[in-house]
Structure formats: C-alpha cells, structure tokens
Design a protein around this ligand. Sequence first.
Ligand code: SF4
Ligand code: SF4
Length: 359
Amino acid sequence: MTRTAIAKADSYDMDVVRKAIWKIADNTAFPSVSGKTVLVKPNILSDSYPEKAITTHPSVVMAVIELIKEKGAARILVGDSPGMQAGRFRPERSGIARVAAETGAELIDFRDDTRIHEIRGIRIPMTTAIDDADIVISVAKFKTHQLMSATGAVKNMFGLVPGLQKSPLHLKARTPETFSALLIGIFREAHVDYAFMDAIEGMEGSGPTNGQPRHIGLLIGGENAFAVDKAEAAIMGYSSVPLLDKAEAMMPGITETEYPLLRPEDLVISGFKRIPEGRKGTMRTLFIPNLLSRIGIQTDGRPYPTFMHDRCRHCMKCVSICPAKALRMKGNKVHIRRSRCIRCYCCHEMCPFDAIRIK
Ligand code: SF4
Ligand code: SF4
C-alpha cells in the first residue's frame, strides 16, 4: 500500500515549508535521487504573482529542490509550459525563475525539444525532459478546476505537452471522462515517481485561474499521485471527481493509500466553494443530446461560457486558445458559436481579466 503524508504548514516562511517537505518525504517512499537527473514540474499555468494562488508557490519549489539536492541529485531540471506564452518562457512573476537561479536548477522551456508519444491512439508531443530525467516529480497546486472539478498532481503533467499544442487535444477528448483518460495516459507516459502538492494557499470557486485564494495550511506528498489527488478532493469536500473515478475504473484500487500523518477526513474545509458535481456526460447524453448540442443546446449539465463584456480587455487570448474555433471578436465583443463549443473551458482558464463565467 502506498503512503500519502499530509503535514501542517501555516505559511510560506521557508523554515515552515522546509520542515513540512522533509517530514512528508520521511514518512513516504521518496525515491532515491542520488547521482540522478530529476525533473521538477511545478504548476505554472500562467506566470502569475504567488499571492494569486494560480501557481505552485516558489517557496515550495525551493524546498523541494533543496531536498533533492541534499539527497544527492546530480542534475535538477525545472519547467512547465503554459497554454499561452510569448517568447522564451521565463516564469519571473511566479518567482520560479529566481528559485531556479538561486538553487542552480536548470530552467527549461518545454517547447525546445519534443518527442511524439502515441497515447490512446492519439499522437501527442511531450517535452524530451521526461526522457532526460531519471526521476520525475510533480509539484502541484491545490485548486478547483471548471472541467475536472479539481486540478492536482496527475493533471499537472498535462503541462508536459508544450504550449498551444495542448489545445487540439481537447477536441479529441471532449468530456470530463474522456479527458480524464487522456490525462491519465499522459501521466503514465511520463513515469512520475513522486508528487507534492502546495495546499498552503489553495484556490476555491472559479479555478484554476479566476477563483479566490483560500488558506488551507497544508502540504501533501506521496509516491502515488492519484492518492495525493484523492486527499485533495476529500479535503475540498468532493464525493467524486472525474479523473479519480476514471482512474479507479481503469486501475481498480489505484487511489488506495495509508496516511501516516494527518487524515483528509479530519481536514475537510467547511464551506469550500467547489465546482458543482454531476457535470459529467452519461450514456444518456450520447444520442439526442449530441443532435441538440449541434444547435447549441446542452443537456449534460455542463454550461457554456458566458462573456462579461464590461470586464473584457480584448486581449484575444480566449479566441487564440479555443480548440473548436468557437470564438471570434465581433466589434468590441467576444462572440461564441455555441454549436461549435465543446465546453472545455480553456478560454476561461486563459482569460487574464476574469471576464468569462462558467455557471
Ligand atoms: S468557447 Fe471556450 S469552452 Fe467553448 S470550445 Fe472554445 S475554449 Fe472551449
Ligand atoms: S481572454 Fe478575456 S479579456 Fe481577453 S478577449 Fe477573451 S474574454 Fe476578453
């Protein structure tokens, strides 16, 4: 049975974070990194300031890199690839470029070198950093997610697919269930050895970008990323999330774990703003609903995005990212063609001005 350690960490003070990260590693099966190349994959969804709680906090990335260094790693790579990025990727605002510089880790841009992987019959480019690394560590962020209910250590590895090349994959896996299967495929292809989750300041509400920061005061870690995500979902108060449902269907027992420190059922956050459950497709959604969706009527409980024109700054990020080409700028307003929209919510995820609502 795998172990998942949950430790209190009330602030991003380096001493607090270091102590908790070491305690988690000591109470789980942290891999042997001595003499090895280790890839550290934080969540840098967009290069935002740490207080927005969109990205893994730099103090957590720092403490993880320090741990790996002390355990004798020969080389440490750190990187991610946001959906929209201009020029060379330097996560300055999130503080992760500074952490790399201070620790001597190599900051890499996942777009530099990719290799095609065949996953579930789909050709998917992924960074060759996973080929270079002997050990891969996901360092995720505790956040809600409009499509997947929660984003965690498994979904974090979607960032191995460089930049905008993630976008068309939504067309090939349109429902939370099929997208979950794709994410699990990518995760397994990356051979992830260990996962940490920054749950000191998490995000509730309209995550993963436009929700509200929420103090949780925890760090989570373990050798089983599915179990780490299960702990997150339980602390958020979900009874089920699509990715873990799919993982259990594909690999029965995969989320089973022991908790050597705190237990998630004792940590459930009262009043945590979750994504409404039950927004997943069912067998009944396959026939008449598909016809209705062609004329822009949805029947599976998942809403279409709506645009707050008064907040929109016309940056065009939503139009560029939309895999279904369902958006265009008409005059000064973003216009959506519902008959095309697959409700992947990439537009919501990428909008830097909180101008898109999913409700
Ligand atoms: S409009 Fe938004 S939710 Fe609809 S397909 Fe495009 S990116 Fe996805
Ligand atoms: S991403 Fe947001 S601000 Fe930019 S055009 Fe779309 S709705 Fe407007």
